[in-house]
Design a protein around this ligand. Sequence first.
Ligand code: HEM
Length: 125
Amino acid sequence: MAEVDTEINGYIVPKNSQIFVNKWTIGRDSNIWSNPDSFDPERFLKREIDIRGQGFDLIPSGSGKRMCPGFPLATRMVPLMVETMIHNFNWKPKKGMKPEEVDVSEKFGVALQKAVPLKAIPIKL
Ligand code: HEM
């Protein structure tokens, strides 16, 4: 039995609970986003969004101490990669497919972790 529970919005959260935040749902909340299921990148030009984990309308890289530690690298690397590909090639969908027919559906998945963390001891040369 947990020693101290916490109450958040009327929900009892037992001490030591493992919490999964469904950020997929947050990013598709129709109270926050209009036409949340449409592919509409321009929506991000229309409003100020903090993706560094402090604004909770969109938390692509997590928040707080469990946020992606590679975030500063990712925010530079991903745009550079996409821009380089757009700059160097013209793109089209596969033969016979119209752009609006491209399937952008997702497959469910959860990243796993090692059950037993690897501990390596550095040895002086
Ligand atoms: C293109 C670069 C990268 C992208 C797009 C990326 C993306 C992400 C995303 C989406 C998450 C999930 C955040 C969440 O739980 O909500 C994540 C978590 C994480 N990333 Fe990255 N990442 C990148 C680079 C890196 C690098 C370079 C490192 C390590 C040096 C790293 C280490 C991690 C770790 C350890 C977590 C899990 C944090 C935790 O749950 O405790 N990532 N990353």
